[in-house]
Ligand binder design. Structure first.
Ligand code: SIN
Ligand code: MN
Length: 243
């Protein structure tokens, strides 16, 4: 959904990033270089990102597609910093949510907001179309390649799927939004460009389908299964009047 959020709305969120990235807290994971990789659960400690987590432009479409109320399973800001942002290996998100969190079914989706222009240069997501129809594919637990452990697919599987379905890399201006099914196979390459690529992901799950196993920290796999009540359409812009 190109340009779903305005320049002003993106600016309000962008402005918060440097302050968030400076914080030392367990929710902030760094690349081996020290650059911020992922900020988990910023909706809990930052007002603007809190509002984004209840934004009707994000909650609305997912509620429609999942056919009922949703809760926040995971919330992350992936920084993919210029020159430093590291690879995300090929994986399915639901593969992790099923194995680590015992989420019963893939009745969960990602909806992602680009906070920078995403181009062919700065590490866009790579998606293999139609792989969401394949269920959970065999994967191995990769704890070594990056600072963040992930259930990733082997090379032969990715080669077979990509031969069959090809690969797409959605690009767009800051403010654009991308939704994808939790079983869709995806990855992203390191960002060797001089441009940051910040994307915020809300992983939303139908409330009936909440996780059953609490093995990961609650700020990675949330345990508040209450339905999200969306705010007003101008909930971010209201912050402009506050300052
Ligand atoms: C993810 O797969 O969760 C993140 C990938 C990315 O932000 O590039
Ligand atoms: Mn993922």
């Amino acid at each position: 959904m190109p340009d779903l959020f305005s320049i002003d709305e993106v600016g309000i969120l962008q402005q918060q990033l440097s302050e968030i990235f400076e914080q030392e807290r367990e929710e902030i994971w760094r690349e081996t270089s020290g650059a911020v990789r992922t900020v988990f659960a910023a909706h809990r400690f930052n007002d603007a990102f809190g509002r984004l987590g209840r934004h009707p432009k994000l909650i609305g479409p997912v509620t429609l597609l999942l056919d009922g109320p949703v809760y926040m399973h995971q919330y992350k800001i992936n920084a993919k910093a210029a020159f430093e942002g590291d690879v995300w290996q090929w994986h399915q998100d639901y593969g992790t949510w099923a194995r680590d969190d015992e989420m019963p079914e893939p009745r969960a989706m990602n909806i992602a907001l680009f906070l920078d222009d995403v181009t062919e240069f700065n590490g866009p997501l790579y998606l293999i179309p139609r792989t969401h129809t394949q269920g959970v594919i065999d994967a191995g637990h990769d704890r070594a390649t990056t600072s963040y452990p992930l259930w990733s697919l082997d090379k032969d599987t990715v080669a077979r799927l990509a031969d069959q379905h090809s690969i797409v890399a959605p690009k767009g201006r800051a403010g654009s939004v991308l939704m994808f099914h939790s079983n869709l196979v995806h990855a992203s390459a390191p960002n060797i460009s001089p441009w940051d690529r910040v994307i915020v992901y809300l992983s939303l799950c139908h409330v009936d389908n909440h996780i059953r196993k609490f093995s990961r920290p609650e700020w990675i796999a949330h345990r508040d299964f209450a339905p999200i009540e969306p705010l007003e359409n101008d909930c971010l812009l209201q912050l402009l009047n506050k300052t």
